[in-house]
Design a protein around this ligand. Structure first.
Ligand code: DQA
Length: 181
């Protein structure tokens, strides 16, 4: 789990002191040149995460996945970001298997409640050669005890949880860092 030691922002670097309103201009975003293959990543959400925005807003906030995705696509113009949500365990596994052969470089996976129960998802992730980052909006470790255990974590490259919808951005950053290793 990435621990939260202050505002969940970007690392400082060169432009740390540049005021917020300048940052869009300050951050160098590499644009794809015509014909260039972008790094493709897949963001996947499991059951009930189609309800983001209205589902238990005290825990998951009021932001929608559409807003989160358009923010990520704007920010990471050098990535191709696919998105898949399903409430059915087997269909999530089918999509993971498809990601093994469709050029996907890494997966951000919020498996929702299947995180805590699904040996089948664990096995599917273990069969993959690309990195999978387990991701949660809420800090599951501050919640009910049954959420403290992740069945899929041992099969994943890492775990990010507890930063609201910003958890997805942090997971994308993790995939970018892994790709640059
Ligand atoms: C969740 C946490 C899970 O325990 C829960 O079942 C979810 C959402 C999260 O993003 O915080 O559906 O994965």
């Amino acid at each position: 789990m990435v621990r939260h030691n202050g505002p969940a922002g970007e690392s400082g670097g060169l432009f740390f002191r540049i005021p917020l309103f300048c940052r869009t201009f300050a951050r160098p975003v590499r644009q794809a040149v015509p014909g260039e293959t972008l790094m493709k990543i897949l963001i996947m959400n499991g059951p009930n995460l189609n309800l983001l925005g209205t589902r238990e807003p005290g825990i998951y906030g009021t932001g929608t996945m559409d807003e989160c995705l358009s923010g990520l696509r704007r920010r990471y113009a050098d990535l191709e970001i696919d998105y898949y949500q399903n409430n059915v365990e087997g269909l999530l596994i089918d999509r993971l298997q498809a990601a093994m052969t469709d050029g996907t470089a890494g997966v951000v996976l919020n498996a929702g409640a299947y995180t805590h129960t699904s040996v089948a998802l664990h096995d599917a992730i273990r069969a993959m050669r690309i990195p999978v980052i387990e991701t949660h909006i809420s800090n599951v470790h501050t919640r009910e005890e049954f959420r403290h255990r992740s069945v899929i974590a041992p099969a994943c490259r890492g775990v990010i949880c507890g930063f609201g919808l910003d958890s997805y951005r942090l997971a994308v950053e993790a995939l970018r860092a892994i790709a640059g290793e």
